[in-house]
Design a protein around this ligand. Structure first.
Ligand code: AMP
Ligand code: GLY
Length: 426
């Protein structure tokens, strides 16, 4: 008998999780708690996929998971992690890949993350945390243009404002105070950004390869911030032994030690959003997330050489993690992923358009080279808003992977589709 795994989440990131978990021969049954059409049930010899509706709620999900003999639960998105879904699984005796709510605070509270970094002596932008207008105005006076103002809680990528005039900064302060009641104002940093994920348990860490996402809606970084319009991996500038060592020593280990010292060890995937200034050589943390990035997962998981299930169990149970396993294995090839978002995204995404080239009918397990991942379809071939789908290209060189991703995106078009033209352009 192989393993039964439960996966929670309806995004394209979770489609990538599902695909990669299905590649592991030790996994014979995947229960996917998701509300979109990529999750169509499958049954083959040695493999089955079933789908549960997330509307049944946390308690029933955990109860049923226990009855069904789930060996491990993987929680993809930030909201259920911050709401303590992993705590529920662990309390019921089911190992979970994802931190407890105490660890999720590294993502869900920017001021908490700053406090941890300060205690752990990890470089980050200088900051002030405020809860009212006048303290906020005084804080703004301490910094200069451009001003960086962030809402403290989870805000779906809409909680960060970068303003070039003092007047806009005051306006942003007011808006974000209304949104979250607690705002962080910080120093603007310049440099190259990179998304760095790692499997973590207590003070153990195994770094993933590097990737980069594109947060703005339009080509050349124009338009509003989004959940992410594409990604590529690896990022050559950071894919060196020295960079891996520095990131392990200066970012991950000190933060993990600090969390452990406080009696809240972090178990799960920690994502550091980093920025490197090549003239000063300063490497700083912009943010932490307590999960895999979306869309970074859609380029990282396809490149992963190691068996994902084995890593999931090492992280969730602490068993079988050898001391020399400090990096996760990846294939040398490059991957590029381009999102096709609905018309009107991110403010008012249109629903109900048909997607002509919808063709992911392959079984998750037998598909070797996924052409893309899907998030915003609730019936076959009909969009249900947001970041509907994305096309993936993998090839030895970044330019080739990019050409393939864009060629595939052409076959998946729908009315009003928005996509960036420059994903993977260096
Ligand atoms: P965050 O959600 O905190 O990662 O912020 C989203 C994006 O805003 C980052 O990916 C950066 O591009 C930008 N950003 C955030 N903080 C800063 C900062 N202190 N200096 C410059 N850019 C920033
Ligand atoms: N790609 C950014 C995020 O997942 O938060």
């Amino acid at each position: 008998m192989g393993a039964t795994v439960l996966l929670y989440g309806s995004g394209a990131r979770e489609h990538a999780w599902a695909w990669k978990l299905a590649q592991s021969t030790e996994v014979t049954r995947l229960i996917w708690v998701a509300s979109h059409i990529a999750a169509v049930p499958e049954k083959e010899s040695q493999w089955s996929l079933e789908v549960w509706n997330p509307e049944i709620g946390f308690e029933e999900i955990v109860q049923r998971a226990k009855t069904e003999g789930v060996q491990c639960a993987v929680v993809g998105p930030d909201d259920p992690i911050a709401q303590g879904l992993c705590d529920h699984f662990v309390a019921a005796g089911i190992p979970a890949l994802g931190p407890l709510a105490t660890g999720a605070k590294l993502e869900s509270s920017k001021s908490f993350a700053k406090e941890i970094m300060q205690a752990a002596k990890v470089d980050t932008a200088a900051w002030v945390s405020v809860t009212d207008r006048s303290a906020g105005e005084r804080a703004l006076d301490r910094f200069k243009s451009p001003w960086v103002i962030k809402a403290d809680g989870l805000a779906l990528g809409k909680g960060v404002k970068i303003c070039s005039t003092r007047k806009d900064a005051s306006q942003a302060l007011e808006t974000l105070l209304e949104l979250s009641g607690n705002v962080v104002i910080e120093e603007f940093l310049e440099g190259e950004e990179v998304s760095w994920m790692a499997f973590c348990r207590g003070d153990r860490v195994a770094l993933w390869d590097t990737s980069r996402d594109y947060k703005r809606l339009q080509t050349k970084n124009l338009g509003p911030n989004t959940g992410g319009m594409g990604a590529y991996s690896p990022v050559a500038l950071f894919q060196t032994e020295e960079a891996f060592e520095r990131v392990r020593k200066d970012v991950f280990l000190p933060v993990l030690h600090e969390m452990k010292k406080r009696g809240t060890p972090f178990h799960g995937i920690l994502y550091a959003g980093l920025i490197f200034n090549s003239s000063t050589q300063r490497l700083s943390v912009l943010e932490f997330n307590a999960r895999l990035g979306d869309p970074e997962a859609q380029v990282l998981l396809p490149r992963m050489k190691d068996d994902l299930w084995q890593w999931v169990m090492r992280v969730a149970t602490g068993e079988g993690w050898q001391h020399d396993q400090v990096r996760v294995g990846f294939h040398d090839r490059a991957a590029v992923y381009v999102v096709g978002a609905a018309e009107g995204y991110p403010d008012a995404p249109v629903k109900g358009d048909s997607v002509s080239g919808w063709k992911w009918k392959e079984s998750l397990r037998s598909c070797q080279d996924p052409s893309g991942f899907v998030a915003g379809m609730k019936e076959p071939g009909v969009t249900s808003g947001g970041r509907v789908l994305g096309a993936l290209g993998q090839a030895p060189k970044l330019e080739e992977a990019r050409a393939l991703a864009y060629q595939r995106l052409e076959t998946m078009r729908f009315r009003g589709m928005q996509n960036r033209e420059d994903v993977g352009v260096l």
